[in-house]
Design a protein around this ligand. Structure first.
Ligand code: DGJ
Length: 742
């Protein structure tokens, strides 16, 4: 992969074998966008693509010239206060009240690898050969603000990452009001916009609509990336499918307020911007200070959505997630939340864990309710020491008992929150986010600690560090159960209140960083009332996340299918829970609950003591199956084959790197009588390898399975031998296909 600069035409070409990204320095010193798409040959001059014609009502930069208007030029980082009336990437409020800026090219450098972003999560490289980085320096001559735009192109996929850094080299402070991470102008609007939206317990459903003139955006102003809209968006050509056609995916490596927007002008040019939400953002940049935006990641695919997702999966699994657990199959866990909620004793927990151990579970997780005066959601948050009435031997005693069973022990925290009924709040009532003289809203009876303050983060770290050092803890579930309201910090002056949302997230990242550094072998699972912070920012610290509080198998089909558009299977927390399910009261077969949960981290969210002997033997088989195949399921190449958003059936599959094993998950929501024949064309197999299908004992070449398809015919008539468990609503099957011995 290369980055070339052609001096004579002032053109940059970033490319690898699949992808090209071309920019140039325009005559006013701003950066122009020339091409983003499938790889094309490099050459010196692409400037014919900077199209300029006189247009009525346009405003022009140069006297005597009626062609150079930024309104009609494709740009890389448009400013506010120019001849361009579209939404800018940057807006800076200056001492004299002006918001106009004019960032002009000064210099650039090209280097191997990828620099770290200070204090922020970001993708990374492990050698200089994995990626190349272009740093372009621009400067505003009036404010003397220096702007560094970073572009990194990866070798292994069509991936371009971007961020911006502002340095105040002037003589007066300024306020950054808009500082986007990515801005990209595309030459047409012939795209379908796809987003992952929902609400608590139905996160990341796929929603599509065509781009049209005007503005289309998703965002969060809740202080976290939100259940409502994941910080991810896809533009696909209308004819693109899972396996064909042009697709561009945009993902934001950030966990706070954000906005992803497409602005289509009336000449059908599309401007994409990705970054911190400009509303409620106002960062004071004092003389000599710098501000680094979070990273935005763009993935291009000429071969449909599956390829785009696989590129994101590889990048986020291998070069965003880090640490001990990055490449390791995840432990099968049993979490007590839906088994007991707040109603447990130490002995009851050990009873649940013992049964789990008997079935083969490897990790027992104690959820909410173990600390302070926490017997309901009215008290205790902030007091991170064991409730001795419930746990007489503390967390250290309980963790020793669990380990004595031969299992690992994990613990739930909600570090960012406090109940008013807590020792922490009584000692520091001013440590919550609240505006002077105004009432403060609660969510789930809790208040948000001011994580923009170092002393608050220090205090929480100390409490967590103590528990972690004194006990045998192998896993932490980090929860966050409310959105931020009345965002005001008692520690910041009035002209810095617009920084609180971002400083809060920096505080969250700081705590994650300290804990993961001090306890590198602890597995972190993020959670925010299910999936309200299922974003790439958190994935940098916690390699897996609880995808949703909805553990119903049918609901999970949509949630996990949508999530897979951007996030790797190894990151998707998925558990088997009881029937009827606690969220939707639906009864689903035990095997279907497991068949869905296999495509994730896998665990149980119930008391296995409540199952029948027959069910327990099924659970034992499930756990044995997951242990055998989890490496493939979590780290193989994932393909979506049939969408739960489009019909009654869902099909997806994972293929091992050597293509010798593939696991297909087939799910049918409602049953039917005398159904049509059905088959599904598989993906990613070796066409020349013969695979055996243990469901019916047949063998098939890979090309046959990919072109003729795998037969999935089912119904209440036919000759196929039947297992009574496999009829009725909410059915599913797992097909394990193995390369037959030669
Ligand atoms: C919300 C989480 O999503 C649940 O899994 C559980 O941990 C509860 N919070 C506990 O309060």
């Amino acid at each position: 992969m290369y980055i070339r600069f052609h001096e004579s035409t002032k053109t940059f070409h970033l490319f690898n074998e699949h992808f090209s990204y071309i920019m140039c320095i325009l005559e006013n010193g701003h950066l122009g966008q020339i091409y983003c798409g499938k790889h094309i040959h490099d050459k010196k001059d692409f400037t014919y693509l900077v199209e300029k014609i006189p247009r009525a009502m346009a405003s022009y930069v140069y006297e005597g010239d009626r062609t150079f208007s930024l309104a009609h030029l494709k740009q890389e980082y448009p400013v506010y206060g120019s001849t361009d009336y579209r939404h800018p990437a940057v807006e800076i409020l200056q001492d004299n009240g002006s918001r106009i800026s004019d960032f002009r090219y000064e210099s650039h450098t090209i280097s191997g690898g990828k620099p770290k972003l200070s204090g922020l999560p970001a993708t990374y490289t492990e050698s200089d050969e994995e990626a190349a980085t272009l740093s372009i320096i621009l400067k505003d001559p009036v404010t003397q603000i220096r702007l560094e735009l970073l572009y990194t192109i990866f070798a292994f996929g069509s991936i371009l990452t971007r961020s911006a850094r502002f340095i105040n080299e002037g003589e007066a402070p300024v306020h950054l009001l808009t500082a986007m991470s990515l801005s990209l102008d595309l030459p047409d609007k012939d795209y379908v916009w796809m987003q992952l939206s929902g609400a608590w317990s139905r996160e990341r459903h796929i929603k599509n609509r065509p781009l049209e003139q005007g503005i289309l955006a998703i965002d969060s102003m809740r202080g976290h990336s939100s259940h409502e809209h994941n910080p991810f968006m896809v533009l696909k050509r209308p004819s693109a499918t899972e396996n064909e056609g042009e697709v561009l995916g945009f993902s934001f490596v950030y966990s706070g307020n954000y906005r992803i927007q497409a602005e289509v002008d009336t000449h059908d040019t599309t401007r994409i911007t990705v970054g911190i939400h400009p509303d409620c953002f106002d960062w004071k940049l004092d003389v000599g200070e710098s501000f680094q935006t979070p990273e935005a990641v763009m993935v291009y695919s000429a071969n449909g959505l599956n390829e785009m997702s696989q590129t994101f999966h590889r990048l986020y699994q291998k070069r965003l997630a880090r640490g001990f657990w990055r490449d390791r199959p995840r432990p099968i866990l049993n979490n007590n939340w839906e088994a007991t909620y707040f109603d447990f004793t130490e002995d009851r927990l050990v009873e649940i864990a013992s049964k789990a151990k008997e079935c083969g579970v490897e990790l027992f997780v104690l959820d909410d309710g173990w600390f302070g005066a926490r017997s309901s959601d009215h008290a205790g948050l902030g007091d991170w020491y064991a409730n001795k009435e419930r746990l007489p031997q503390g967390i250290s005693g309980l963790s020793r008992r669990i380990e004595a069973l031969g299992m690992k022990f994990g613990l739930w925290f909600e570090p960012e929150m406090v109940n008013k009924d807590s020792d922490l709040y009584r000692a520091h009532p001013d440590w919550i986010l609240q505006a002077p003289g105004r009432s403060n809203s609660h969510g789930r009876n809790q208040y948000v600690l001011d994580f923009s303050r170092k002393e608050v983060v220090d205090c929480i770290y100390q409490m967590m560090e103590t528990i972690l050092s004194q006990s045998r803890i192998s896993y932490i579930k980090w929860d966050m159960n409310r959105s931020i309201t009345e965002c005001y910090s008692a520690a910041l002056p009035s002209d810095r209140q617009g920084e609180v949302f971002h400083r809060y997230i920096l505080g969250v990242y700081d705590l994650y960083d300290r804990l993961t550094t001090a306890f590198p072998e602890v597995l972190f699972e993020s959670c925010a009332s299910g999936g309200a912070r299922f974003d790439p920012g958190i994935l940098y610290y916690a390699p897996q996340g609880w995808a949703s509080d909805d553990s119903d198998a049918v609901e999970r089909l949509k949630i996990q299918y949508g999530t897979s558009l951007c996030y790797p299977i190894s990151s998707i927390g998925s558990h088997v829970s009881v029937s009827p399910n606690h969220q939707v009261l639906r009864n689903t077969p035990l095997h279907t609950r497991a068949n869905v949960a296999y495509f994730g981290t896998f665990g149980y969210e119930l008391d296995l003591n409540s199952l029948t002997e027959e069910e327990i033997s099924e659970v034992k088989e499930q756990i044995a199956f997951m242990k055998e195949y989890r490496e493939l399921l979590q780290f193989g190449t994932f393909y979506r084959l049939k969408s739960p958003f489009e019909g009654n059936e869902t099909v997806w599959m994972c293929v091992s790197d050597d293509k010798k094993t593939a696991i297909v998950g087939w799910y049918r929501v409602l049953s039917g009588v005398n159904l049509p024949y059905s088959r599904v064309q598989l993906q990613g197999l070796d066409p020349d390898v013969v695979y055996s299908n243990p469901m019916n004992g047949t063998v098939h070449y890979g090309d046959e399975l990919m072109n003729v398809g795998l037969l999935t015919t089912d119904g209440t008539s036919g000759e196929t031998p039947r297992d009574i468990r496999n009829y009725g609503d909410f059915q599913s099957r797992i097909y394990v296909l193995k390369a037959a011995e030669k």
